[in-house]
Design a protein around this ligand. Structure first.
Ligand code: SAH
Length: 220
């Protein structure tokens, strides 16, 4: 066993101890090389259960949160999933192992391109990326069985709720005021929506519109 395997195994044990029970989710995290998704200076910390900085002032989510949100989505091999906030691409890579197809939207072109390269490198062929505004969702590809939002919104965006399939599930952090955020599960049942608060969380904010970046769009 290499050192890498040992730290990975420890992370998975920690996730189990924190209540993650779905073996498929644990296996998806164990087989996704998080060290490739974090920035250079933080590679040593890739298998600690913490969020870390990535480019464009954003963060890669904490493994526990990735595992918890993924578990709550209740994916199956036929699921079509929409992710808002590609970021490093780590969450999308984990999802891709548990469903048919992942559509992921990011407002920073730099991050989207970087993530796309990693998906190619890892031969994750069922992920489609888009540079766009996640508040609008992806109407051309809707409906989605599952929607996961990895940035905190002011409220549940109506466009995203409308793009859920009849029995769809959305997991989304929303602001509760005074710096608090709640992770919500939104379950659709025909025309109705049921909201359940799952836990308190801390995500970067969801920001409307595509990000304006200087001189990065042509990065190869
Ligand atoms: N899922 C990511 C987490 C990244 S942090 C990972 O696994 O690494 C959240 C991301 O959401 C940031 O990259 C941020 O730029 C993006 N984001 C924020 N508002 C957005 C919006 N309106 N549309 C698309 N992406 C958005």
């Amino acid at each position: 066993m290499t050192v890498g395997d040992a730290v990975k195994a420890k992370l998975v044990m920690d996730l189990r101890a924190q209540g993650i029970r779905d073996m498929r989710v644990l296996e998806a995290l164990e087989t996704t090389p998080r060290e490739l998704f974090v920035s250079g200076p933080f590679v040593d910390q890739a298998y600690l259960d913490q969020s870390l900085p990535i480019s464009c002032g954003q963060t890669i989510s904490q493994p526990f949160i990735v595992a918890f949100m993924t578990e709550q989505l209740r994916l199956n091999e036929r699921s079509k999933v929409l992710e808002i906030g590609t970021g490093s691409g780590y969450q999308a890579a984990v999802l891709s192992k548990l469903c048919r197809r992942v559509y992921t939207i990011e407002r920073y072109r730099t991050l989207s391109i970087k993530a796309q390269k990693l998906f190619e490198k890892l031969a994750l062929r069922n992920i489609t990326t888009l540079v766009g505004d996640g508040y609008k969702g992806w109407p051309q590809q809707a409906p989605f069985d599952h929607i996961i939002v990895t940035a905190a919104a002011a409220e549940v965006p109506q466009a995203l709720a409308d793009q859920l399939s009849e029995t769809g599930i959305m997991i989304i952090p929303v602001d509760e005021g005074r710096g608090h955020q709640a992770l919500l599960k939104v379950e659709r049942d025909g025309d109705g929506f049921k909201e359940t608060k799952l836990m308190s969380v801390r995500f970067v904010p969801m920001v409307a519109g595509v990000a304006r970046e200087k001189g990065v769009a042509r990065e190869k």
